[in-house]
Design a protein around this ligand. Structure first.
Ligand code: DAH
Length: 346
């Protein structure tokens, strides 16, 4: 009996060397310890052993079992190491730093936001913050947007349920809460908070009830700008925007102003940007943002004297800039967090 057990160990020690997969390990284990396994067969003979020999036999059985389990654990360790190193493409040295170490990188929208903020800071703008939940007053009324303006339509703007109240988002009156549809709200909050002159930019997230497609998203990002001082002119506005785009995209960039309408600026413009030199972009002139000279009614709404103070304001979409700058033809790529896309901006 003893010899049979020794023989089982010897052959297991020998055979275990060729076991290299989990399936082979299962079969190997079954051949020893399964219901018909060689070790199980010997073990079953316990009943036939003379009583006085049983303790010695029991001890040998235990020793054999321990040795076999040791072998199985060794094989499992080997299989796991092979699996791991084949996944990493090399043998493992656990003392080395992880080869897949990736520090991560900023999202392209964050990169553009940070870059634009740095550019505007250089010419004296400071960053102002607003909140994503706003009230109708800050989103529309104070911005000279009448109650029947299409932007206020339920189909365009997200309104919050009337029973909801936010103690940290001050209402001006009893008006409804909205998810802000643009960052222009920050103009009003800042002007109510600070006396002129001021020069702010405000990056942030906006929400509109748009059906997502290649160029629309229900939430997107803007940067708002506001400059209030005495004798501010369109020339200042244009020079600042030219400086901004040239700093961001190169000296060859040109902008042109097209007359437009926004309730809170007069005159208002849409800005086209000449993208001919950027090989990735097809169109020559691309509309890039809105801007204008602050409408006197906006100054009145915040208690600035429109006879004394003048100013310009602008708002640009960060996604739009990213798409132009990087030749991205579908806005949804910017939100899918697919590493194959994001890695290009690392
Ligand atoms: N709020 C506008 C929009 O969301 C952008 C804009 C246009 C902002 C003109 C301004 C401005 O400050 O003066 O489309």
């Amino acid at each position: 009996m003893q010899e049979t057990l020794d023989a089982i160990i010897r052959s297991a020690e020998n055979d275990c060397r060729v076991v290299s997969t989990r399936a082979e390990l299962e079969a190997f284990k079954a051949g020893l310890m399964g219901p018909r396994g060689s070790f199980t067969q010997v073990r079953k003979q316990m009943g036939q052993i003379a009583k006085e020999e049983r303790p010695a036999f029991g001890k040998k059985i235990n020793e054999t079992k321990n040795r076999l389990e040791e072998l199985l654990a060794e094989i499992m360790g080997r299989i796991e190491r092979t699996e791991l190193s084949s996944r990493l493409g090399a043998a493992i040295d656990p003392t080395l730093p992880s080869p897949e170490h990736s520090p991560g990188s900023l999202h392209p929208l964050t990169q553009i936001r940070d870059e634009l903020c740095a550019i505007f800071r250089q010419v004296g703008f400071v960053v102002a913050e607003g909140s994503e939940v706003e009230t109708e007053f800050f989103c529309f009324d104070a911005l000279n947007t009448p109650p029947d303006h299409p932007a206020r339509d339920l189909q365009d703007t997200y309104y919050l349920q009337e029973k909801i109240h936010f103690s940290n988002i001050p209402q001006h009156d009893k008006e409804r809460y909205v998810l802000r549809s643009h960052t222009s709200t920050v103009q009003i909050r800042t002007m109510l908070d600070q006396p002129p002159p001021l020069r702010i930019i405000s990056p942030g997230r906006c929400f509109r009830r748009d059906t997502p497609d290649a160029t629309h998203s229900a939430n997107f990002h803007q940067i708002e700008g506001l400059y209030v001082d005495k004798n501010v002119t369109v020339k200042d506005l244009k020079a600042t925007l030219d400086y901004c785009f040239q700093s961001l995209m190169g000296k060859e960039v040109r902008t042109r102003f097209r007359p437009h309408f926004f309730p809170y600026t007069e005159p208002s413009f849409e800005v086209d940007f000449h993208s001919g030199h950027l090989a990735k972009v097809g169109a020559e002139w691309t509309e890039i943002m809105g801007c204008g000279m602050v409408d006197p009614s906006v100054f009145e709404a915040v208690g600035y004297d429109p006879e004394v103070w003048t100013g310009y304001a602008f708002g640009l979409g960060i996604e739009r800039i990213a798409m132009i700058l990087y030749g991205v033809d579908d806005i949804r790529y910017l939100y899918q967090n697919d590493l194959r896309f994001l890695d290009q901006f690392a």
